[in-house]
Design a protein around this ligand. Sequence first.
Ligand code: GLU
Length: 460
Amino acid sequence: MNMVTVLNQEDMQTASDYVNNVYEKILSRNPGESEFHQAVKEIFDSLVPVFARHPKYAEAGILERIAEPERMITFRVPWVDDLGKVHVNRGFRVQFNSAIGPYKGGLRFHPSVNTSIIKFLGFEQILKNSLTGQPIGGGKGGADFDPKGKSDHEIMRFCQSFMTELAKHIGPDTDVPAGDIGVGGREIGYLFGQYRKIRGGYEAGVLTGKGLGYGGSLARTEATGYGTVYFVEEMLQDHGHTFHGSTVVVSGSGNVSIYAIEKALELGARVVACSDSNGYIYDENGINLETVKLIKEVQRARISDYINYHPEAQYTEGWQGIWSIPCDIALPCATQNEIDEAAANTLVLNGVKAIGEGANMPSTLEAIKIFLNNKVMFAPAKAGNAGGVAVSALEMAQNSMRYGWTFEEVDSKLNNIMVNIYRESVKAAEEYGNPGNLVVGANIAGFIKVADAMLAQGII
Ligand code: GLU
């Protein structure tokens, strides 16, 4: 049976006018928020066929409502460094959409954090969380704090100050933060400690990514990277390829990258490069993951140190050059907009077969166009990196049950979730006239569940 339905041209035009009109309003009401505009544009363009087929969503103002956060909190985060100097950072939490569950999404500590970054991440999170099939709404937060070079005690004091304010707005049934760039197990520990002290009760499900000894889930640390590789492997196999024997480049060297590398290696790939914000390493024999883990997870040092352990490898200043390394599969796992038009063209010229986005929005709109036009298999972030938040939802479930699953149980649930997201995205792309386009498929599949919940719950 041919699932592709040809949509009426007139309905498509009406829908396109509606979507563009709402997009224009968003541009003028949110000036200067370029990352937020980019995330909205990508999603809105995908949804035109949905509005063409189902005018009920436009009639209920779903697009206007979904792009306006339910709540946006900004707050002062004062803290004192080891020398007694006072610093003030800005904290954020966007509670974007709670139609299908409590707000859920990570906290990012990075000097670039601002309203635009938090809103783009929060907006993406709504559809990503919906795709996981778990009952979680969309949220995101963070601060323009730079954890680099800070002592453990400075990190602790910052986290405590941040949580002193954030605690007023979160809870296991309201809003459940987790990690993102600059927020890992150490930070979640300090944040949880402060929350517990303020509340005077043990609400384990208020944060995810916790340590295993106090309510964390096995496989949460690995989940985003493993999930990206599970998703990409499913996509590759669907097209007669596999990780086995492929050459892979992974950008970044944080939590997502490390576990994407680990799973890719396990599946028999050769991973030749990874990076940090200063530069990248290239090891043609395949990078040694244990060394990367030692440098990044234990020493919290720079990736340039890798050549001290492996002098045969090369280190190059400037991370952008990583995309000029020829590879079959590229996994951008560092940060937003790390693959621009030029990098995408280089990857295509070098014969890349597949892109799996482990970071949030790592490809610009122009880069995505280049991949799709050149028939490169493309796993968009909100589908490909949904494994992290999916296992966060499993952590919440375990906290509610006061029971913990084994690593194998969580890992196999993760694998099923990723395969499901792939299939649902393929199906939605086909049903709405864009077969093979997972950007469109993931956006539509994620959107419809949230839109239906919003419809059912009235204009709120
Ligand atoms: N920061 C991750 C993401 O972008 C994980 C969020 C979570 O676990 O809540 O999806």
